[in-house]
Structures are given as structure tokens and as C-alpha cells.
Design a protein around this ligand. Sequence first.
Ligand SMILES: [Zn+2]
Length: 219
Amino acid sequence: MRRIGLIVFIISVIWSCNVQKTIVDRPIVFDEERIVLTKEYLSQRYNLEQETAEIVPKIVVLHWTAIPTLKKSFEAFEKSTLPNWRPDIESVSGLNVSSHFLVDQDGTIYRLMPETTMARHVIGLNHCAIGVENVGGTKETPLTRKQLKANIFLVEHLATKYNIEYVIGHQEYTQFEGHPLWLEVDDGYRTEKTDPGMDFMKKVRKATKRFNFKPVPSK
Ligand SMILES: [Zn+2]
């Protein structure tokens, strides 16, 4: 009997190692300035006049930082304003880029900010998109298997928490032009993206098939 109990215990430990992942809170600066700039972004880019910087998540966007370390990746998002932003001369938004989650190469998941506050990580869709950044992505530091597993866990976790309709790679975002969720007012404001690549997206989609996310719109 004791032996069976031990076996059950071992199995449950292995099971929990595989399934349950912890999310570590490591907040970036979200001061009054960042809140003001976020509301300004919602107003100027999307014509959304809101009392708060809240979003209703409908899309999860996966990224890589192309920065090799957790420390440097975190630092890129930490401050409220873009580096070198000069409020007196710059007319574009000075709101710094960020994402809700940052996944280290070892698969550790860090939550940088509340999931329902707007982060600047994807043109056109920030008003409804949760961002997941992965440390690395370059030839020297490609995304790891542990990051893939962590991304799958996060997508499943978020899809059980919110009404997530789409899971996309950043490189797919312009497919939403003309879609009701696309709100960017400036047709000339686009950046070309390759992260996190189709191979990564295929694997995430295969593993999360049971959620029946909608296919990425075709233009
Ligand atoms: Zn990206």
C-alpha cells in the first residue's frame, strides 16, 4: 500500500512539473506618466477615448526580443518613455514599448504588467492584445524548447481566463488590416516584423488546437 502511495506521489510530482508553471511578477514602471501616455496612445492611434488604460483581451501576440539576456530585455521595457524621446520635438507617441509577459530562455515566465492594461507591442491591435515576449530569437540565441512549452502554457492559461479569439505571431499582424479589430488610424505607420517565426507558431497552434482559435484573417 505504501508503495502505491509513493508511486502516486511521484507521478503527481512529475505531472505538476509538466503542467503547472508559476508566473513570476516582475513589474516594469507604470507611473502616472506611463498611464497618461497609454491613454493618449489609445486616443491618438485608435480614436478610443477611455478613462483608464484598460483593454479587453481578444488576441495573444507572441514575440521575441532579439536581445540575448533577460536583464537587457527587461530594461528595454522598464521605463515609461521611449529611449531618446524628446517631448518637445517628437510628435509620435513617446510611450515605451512593453509586453505583458517576458519568457526567459530557461522557460521562466515573468509578468511585467497587468494583463488588462494596454501594452505597446503590436501596431493596430494593442487595444485588445496581450503580448508575450521571449528573450532571444537571434541566430546566437534561438528560442528554446523550454520557451516553446512556456508559451503553450501561457496561451492555454490566458485562453481559459479571457475570451481569446486569435493567437498570432508578431510577423502576422498586418493580416488584420481591414479587420474590425484593426484600429490604427495612420495607413503609413507600419514596421516589418519576422518574430517569432512560422515554425514557432505552428508548434504553438498544434499544441493548443483544442481551443479552436480563429484562423489569422487573409487580406
Ligand atoms: Zn515583436
